[in-house]
Write a protein that binds this ligand. Structure first.
Ligand code: AKG
Length: 254
């Protein structure tokens, strides 16, 4: 797809699917680097940046935040890359690369991703940001592929409330309206396929119901340079969230 068609599709639907964005070889190399990162770097990371489905079982790793801050080897993927180039076109702005993160849903216990809009977490005015989600292995309905509500980016921000899902603390409280159900589309993906969504696009994923498959992906977040972050509101929100997590003993090492 040429860049103008990508942009048109993104604006119309609130997301765009780019199969084979990275080659099988590139994904193989990336998976190797991630494995070594998980083995060597992750054990030393702060509990606020690494989440497990079961904090007493390291094989249940589900999310790693800020990967490129901890290993400069990953920075070129997020900064000045073919990912950031597309983000600039879609946002019609220079971009601020924010986060490279890792998502997994371990077999059997990988929980659903609650329906949400990323813009609710970002707290930007205007809500000018994109998220990219790239499959690192085969992903389908059984191990919890991403699902988008087509056109939802044009219908404003929905009400979010606290969820019980570590790493996705906020979810849409009234998700499941007829408009959500009629327009939801599942996106099975192969390694190297890329999904890009607007910060107002509603999305979610089921849990991993398979007995033996993981569900690994990378997430890239870009803010438009002209969007202003509500820094105080965000700091207050994060402090509150951390307090809640500590109180519930969700953070590893406690
Ligand atoms: O990996 C998932 O299940 C969801 C990821 C997500 O919500 C996102 O990339 O914005």
């Amino acid at each position: 797809m040429d860049i103008q068609s990508i942009k048109r599709k993104f604006e119309e639907d609130g997301y765009v699917f780019l199969p084979g964005f990275l080659s099988v070889e590139e994904i193989g190399e990336l998976n190797g680097k991630l494995e070594s990162f998980i083995q060597n770097v992750v054990p030393g990371l702060p509990a606020t940046d690494v989440f497990y489905e079961d904090k007493n079982d390291l094989s249940t790793l589900k999310q790693i935040m800020h990967i490129s801050d901890y290993d400069p080897d990953f920075a070129p993927l997020l900064h000045d890359s073919k990912f950031s180039e597309i983000a600039e076109v879609l946002l019609e702005d220079k971009v601020v690369p924010r986060i490279l993160e890792y998502f997994n849903k371990p077999p059997k216990i990988g929980k659903p991703t609650p329906p949400h809009q990323d813009g609710y977490y970002f707290m930007l005015k205007p809500a000018k940001a994109v998220t990219m989600w790239m499959a690192l292995e085969n992903v389908d309905e059984a191990n919890g592929c991403v699902r988008y509500v087509k056109g939802s980016h044009r219908k404003g921000m929905r009400t979010h409330g606290r969820t019980q899902t570590l790493g996705f603390s906020q979810g849409i409280v009234d998700f499941g309206l007829p408009d959500d159900m009629e327009n939801e589309i599942a996106f099975p993906a192969r390694p190297g396929d890329l999904l890009i969504h607007d910060s107002l696009t509603i999305h979610r994923a089921d849990g991993n119901q398979t007995p033996d498959r993981t569900r690994k992906a990378l997430g890239f977040i870009y803010f438009g340079e002209s969007a202003k972050e509500d820094v105080e509101a965000k700091a207050a929100y994060q402090a509150k969230l951390q307090q809640e997590m500590q109180a519930k003993g969700e953070l590893i090492g406690e």
